[in-house]
Design a protein around this ligand. Structure first.
Ligand code: F6R
Length: 607
């Protein structure tokens, strides 16, 4: 949540660099934005509400000159409504500051500073941090010491970038929120993620918790809050981190849906041998622990959680207890983490605060922690004992699509690895891998027709206020993902139910024309037909995503989306594409911003 940017150097002009980095970070929050930069001892300080383009307009009349320093921010509100007043940067006295995270003891700091005569104008926690920095600056006259003293008083999570009115140095630090330093030739950049810097440099330093960075035009030094000097190595951004563009699609979401044949191909490339066995280099070292695993836990949030739920049925075949936990709960439940627990942390961004917190707990309590992560070198990728990258490429749209299907693909491989280590791969297991290899081509061939059929369903639901998404057994997580996606980008209240459960209460909502969206597979087929008949008898509208040979379903549904018949769990990928396209078209028909739904942000870096 929130994107932060920084620049210092003589080569580029701060206004343009900051706006470019913020554009790359806008997926992290877009309810307001601002910059503060210094050129020839003048501070340019501008903030605006809404998307970044409003800030760009506001800065149009400011002449762009080379050289100087500055900071910028694109916000997802935590403390205080989106407004110009609450937008970052915040300025108190001599200090300008941007912040991502939550300062839990801001009230204490406010009380302390008010006693010293400080008056605050905003509802934010960040302004109080700016006040504290200014207070210590007055006491010590040494900006680095003042910054360090400030950090020592903070409780919570933060990535902070700041400068003082002297305007010759930038100070930065992080705790549980990401911050990356970009190292150019005679210039330095800061951003919440490395990809956002790729227009300027491929050489980055991932700052670690407690690092305190000071940069001037000659260079940078990194100390640590506990007094040591930190020696952080410069890493090269790899090819996978190349910039993502819309490439002719009307939105990143549609582009990413259509990228799925390719992203599934890269997720599985080199990971299935000719004789249909899984090869997962990232897990080779921990194979003995996987072999002796007594329990498997999956921990994730949102769509990544639904991916874990969707493969639970498969993992249950291993005969071990399998738990799927919401990250926001997993840190705090009372369940004992038993010996030989293997815990997977699934995350597109690798920066989700809830998932990171749960990871800390599992590590502390002795589990083997493994990442299934898309973003290279992100916090979860670095903090887990080992893991598997998704290699789905950058996902920019806030609604996760290609990351979901690539998570499913990687989880199929992980299941196969467990099976191989614990017993042997059955013919059915080999068929799973065989079908997985066929998915990219099959999906590429069928996406256009799934798209057309999804549009027809969307045309019938987009004006509705609420609906049910329904399925039985292993497809229920797909109904959950459909409800999540439809809610988050189409703003229709979609509620997921196991189809057999509707008659125990929720069926009371069914009346003429009430939309119901079913995902139908071979499992419990007859029973699903009966469940559909129950809502049909009450005049509900019925839409079904089903195999192209399911005649009865086709007959009793108002509209159907046909997907190719596959024999294994790989068919989940086709159901997923259909639900994504229904949500996409519904949002489009409502003329909503599909890439930036209201109140959301791509990376949720607060608990
Ligand atoms: C929904 C969506 C979110 C994320 C969730 C976890 O479309 O994108 O529900 O799935 O915030 O994010 P990651 O996977 O980055 O941990």
């Amino acid at each position: 949540m929130c994107g932060i940017a920084g620049y210092i150097g003589e080569i580029n002009n701060p206004k343009e660099v900051l706006l470019k980095i913020l554009k790359n970070l806008e997926y992290r929050g877009y309810d307001s934005a601002g910059v503060a930069y210094v050129q020839n001892s003048n501070v340019v300080y501008k903030k605006s509400v809404g998307e970044l383009k409003n800030l760009v307009k506001l800065l149009k009349s400011e002449k762009a000159k080379k050289g100087g320093l500055g900071i910028g921010h694109t916000r997802w509100a935590t403390h205080g409504k989106p407004s110009v007043k609450n937008a970052h940067p915040h300025n108190v006295g001599n200090v300008f500051i941007v912040h991502n995270g939550i300062i839990e003891n801001y009230k204490e700091i406010q009380d302390f500073l008010e006693k010293k005569g400080y008056k605050f104008k905003t509802d934010t926690d960040t302004e109080k941090v700016a006040g504290l920095f200014d207070y210590f600056l007055k006491q010590t006259k040494d900006p680095f010491e003042a910054f360090k003293n400030t950090l020592k008083m903070l409780k919570g999570a933060y990535a902070i970038v700041a400068f003082t009115k002297e305007g010759d140095k930038i100070f930065a630090s992080k705790l549980s929120s990401p911050l990356v330093l970009g190292v150019g030739e005679g210039e330095y950049f800061l951003a919440s993620d490395a990809l956002a810097l790729s227009d300027f440099t491929k050489r980055v330093v991932y700052l670690q918790d407690g690092d305190i960075l000071q940069i001037d035009k000659l260079g940078y030094k990194i100390d640590h809050i506990n007094g040591n000097i930190s020696d952080r190595k410069i890493e090269n951004l790899n090819e996978l981190m190349s910039k993502a563009e819309k490439e002719g699609f009307d939105s990143y979401m549609l582009k990413e849906i259509y990228e799925q044949p390719q992203s599934i191909q890269t997720s599985t490339a080199g990971r299935i041998s000719k004789d249909l066995k899984p090869i997962l280099g990232g897990l080779t070292e921990v194979e003995p622990e996987l072999k002796s695993a007594k329990e498997i836990h999956f921990i994730a949030a949102g769509t990544s959680y639904n991916a874990a739920l969707a493969v639970k049925h498969l993992f249950d075949e291993l005969g071990l207890p399998v738990f799927v936990k919401l990250a926001s709960e997993a840190k705090y439940d009372n369940e004992k983490i038993r010996e030989n627990t293997v815990a997977f942390f699934i995350s597109q961004s690798g920066e989700t605060a809830d998932t990171i917190s749960a990871l800390e707990r599992y590590k502390k309590e002795g589990a083997l922690t493994l990442g299934v992560v898309n973003t290279v070198a992100s916090t979860i990728a670095r903090e887990t004992h080992a893991g598997v990258y998704n290699h789905a490429g950058p996902e920019i749209s806030v609604a996760s699509t290609k990351a979901f299907t690539s998570q499913l693909s990687v989880l199929f491989l992980i299941y196969s690895l467990f099976k191989k280590l614990k017993s042997t791969l059955s013919d059915k297991d080999k068929l799973l891998l065989k079908e997985l290899l066929q998915i990219p081509k099959k999906l590429e061939d069928t996406l256009p027709s799934i798209d057309k059929q999804s549009l027809k369903v969307a045309q019938k639901i987009f004006k509705k206020k609420s609906m049910f998404t329904l399925a039985r057994g292993e497809l229920y997580p797909i109904a959950k993902e459909a409800a999540l996606k439809i809610k988050e980008i189409s703003y229709i209240h979609a509620e997921a139910y196991p189809a057999g459960e509707l008659k125990h209460g929720p069926i009371a909502l069914i009346e003429k024309g009430f939309p119901t969206l079913y995902f139908v597979g071979n499992n419990l087929y007859e029973k699903t037909i009966s469940n559909i008949q129950e809502v049909k008898a009450r005049d509900a509208q019925v839409f079904s995503v089903c195999f192209d040979n399911m005649k009865e379903i086709i007959k009793i549904s108002d509209n159907i989306i046909k997907i190719p018949k596959l024999k294994t769990a790989t068919s989940l990928i086709f159901y997923a594409s259909a639900l994504q396209l229904i949500a996409y078209h519904s949002a489009k028909l409502k003329k909503l911003n599909v890439d930036k739904p209201r109140n959301l942000a791509k990376s949720v870096t607060v608990e």
